[in-house]
Design a protein around this ligand. Structure first.
Ligand code: IPE
Ligand code: IPE
Ligand code: MG
Length: 236
């Protein structure tokens, strides 16, 4: 449970990386060009998180609902994910980044799911930054899956608490996000981390994800630092 202390640097930043398609459309390019450019913004966001001493960075890369997109776009995104993993893993590992995946990774196929698992194992002891990739992730699906796991583990109704329930979520062991950033001007949560965002501060920007840079990250952190988090208690 979060306590009512104000910390100037968020320990955990979560980002809904949105606007790749609009970025491409504005330039008369196919959507995939926006996704490709978005991968570069991912690099910048990781770098910014490390520079600001953020400990956890969660990136929403593909939602449970994104499977409804045309097959060709899903294929492009899957290809880019595979490519990103292969080209970035060594450097992420060298920089002390620990990789974790939340969501239904098996929906991307056995081979990619295993590759993701191998990347998690390789980086498991890294301490500088924990990078959580939300892939085929949906908050409602996660909560239902957690309820099922709790039942399967034999937890009795009156034994279930907010604390032990959180251990059945994909994010077990990861502290809740302090700050949620969403790019592209949309102001909604889109089924992201429904349980975990209960008391996150939210920062929206009109910047489209492929244009997101270190300055934007710093702006979000600056705004965060000026906020008073009360968690329902009285201001101190
Ligand atoms: C975010 O960009 C990436 C994913 C959701 C996979 P979009 O593809 O949603 O881009 P817009 O929102 O259509 O501009
Ligand atoms: C949310 O963006 C999912 C990701 C960023 C991966 P969407 O573009 O899918 O969300 P909606 O459809 O605008 O709510
Ligand atoms: Mg979108």
């Amino acid at each position: 449970m979060a306590d009512a202390v104000s910390h100037s640097v968020p320990s955990h930043v979560a980002i809904i990386m949105d606007g790749n398609g609009r970025w491409a459309a504005a330039k008369g390019l196919p959507r995939v060009a926006g996704h490709r450019e978005g991968a570069k913004a991912v690099r910048r966001a990781i770098e910014a998180a490390v520079n600001h001493n953020v400990r956890y960075l969660t990136l929403f890369a593909f939602s449970s609902e994104n499977w409804q997109r045309p097959v060709s776009e899903v294929q492009d995104l899957t290809f880019l994910l595979k490519h990103y993993l292969r080209s970035e893993l060594a450097e992420l590992h060298a920089e002390g980044v620990q990789l974790k995946v939340i969501g239904e990774r098996e929906r991307f196929g056995e081979a990619l799911a295993q590759e993701l698992e191998a990347a998690e194992r390789l980086t498991a002891n890294n301490k500088r930054l924990t990078l959580v990739l939300a892939l085929s992730y949906g908050g409602r699906a996660e909560i239902v899956a957690a309820v099922r796991r709790a039942i399967a583990a034999g937890v009795k109704p009156d034994e279930l608490t907010e604390q032990n329930f959180a251990n059945f979520l994909f994010t077990a062991g990861i502290p809740e996000p302090d700050l949620l950033i969403r790019t592209s001007g949309e102001q909604r949560v889109s089924n992201f981390l429904l349980w975990q965002l209960a008391y996150a501060e939210i920062w929206f920007t009109k910047v489209l994800w492929p244009d997101f840079c270190g300055r934007d990250f710093a702006d979000a952190l600056e705004d965060y630092a000026s906020r008073e988090r009360r968690f329902g208690a009285r201001p101190v």
